[in-house]
Design a protein around this ligand. Sequence first.
Ligand code: NAD
Ligand code: TYD
Length: 338
Amino acid sequence: MTTLLVTGGAGFIGSNLVRMVAATGQYRLVVLDALTYAGNLQNLEGVIDGHRVIFVHGSITDAELLSKLFADHTIDAVLHLAAESHVDRSIASAAPFVETNVTGTLRLLEAARAASVRRFVHVSTDEVYGTLGPEDPAFTEETPLQPNSPYSASKAASDLLVRAFVHTYGMDCVTTRCSNNYGPYQFPEKLIPLMTLNALEGKPLPVYGDGRQVRDWLHVEDHCRGIMLSLERGRAGEVYNFGGFGERFNIDIVRGILEATGADASLIRHVTDRPGHDRRYAIDPRKATSELGWHPVHSVEKGLADTIAWYKENAAWCENVRSGAYLDYYAKHYGTSL
Ligand code: NAD
Ligand code: TYD
């Protein structure tokens, strides 16, 4: 059976991906995660079985650990999702983003190359393309890279390293760039889970600036299907964009959350805008549709309603995340403290 290494598999998208792939029974999965504040092993509860789905605690920056991991587990392909992922944190402190997203990706590429893996799927973001005006056409794979935040700059740097490994060493890599994801298990520092939990708790909803920035919302399950299609059908060396045809103003997303939770509009607070805030992202996913047969199946309205319902129904998960108790999950289940 083919063995996949999933980096960042305890995070939001990674854990949704591991759950989806594990349910098919088609692959053996080795999950590598450093369990930073964003990693939550509770996201994989009932999935890690030590046999078909194995968890390894460690960092993609640790070259020694990586070479042992590739040798011990005979990895066939890599799905690389581990990253520092939050723009606001990158504005507060850029160095961890360079360390994980750039140095970590380089170490992982080196280890994967040394182990002659068959394919390396690098999960990136539409934010590497920069920002759009209201009438600009959506990003294609040919759009120049013009990252504006330390986060997107570090992701663009990692994309360029992947490109260099393809061209210099003939490595088989595929890069995916997707728009803003939403869905279950997202850490509540990102817009949708933050606003949902605040609305449910009657706390203020901090909308940056005028709230008329546009994001193209993609349900995490649609993204995960895109990652697997890139693995299975993507052409070596290519980039594929994934978007949800879900462009919405932030303020409209927030109003939708107020409506679905029954919270009062007076909770909205327009706060100081994010420095260098990208105004609009939009993805043209036609290449993924024509080459991979991919298209998103979740509409934003239904997907958002389902997501809000998930947060309501999973109060224990929300409470563990909000209180920080989730950070002890590893010690409780694996016997050592982090
Ligand atoms: P996340 O922050 O929820 O999860 C990241 C995971 O990586 C966490 O489990 C964390 O513990 C782990 N990690 C961090 N540093 C590590 C290291 N040095 N070694 C090993 N593991 C480490 O992020 P996410 O939202 O799930 O994003 C996953 C990937 O998708 C990222 O590469 C991100 O750039 C990309 N992406 C995300 C979105 C989005 O909307 N969330 C959109 C486009 C692209
Ligand atoms: P976010 O979820 O952080 O994703 P990204 O910055 O990667 O797009 O933010 C989505 C949008 O929501 C972005 O335009 C910033 C805005 N935002 C707020 O207005 N208030 C908030 O508290 C947060 C976290 C984000």
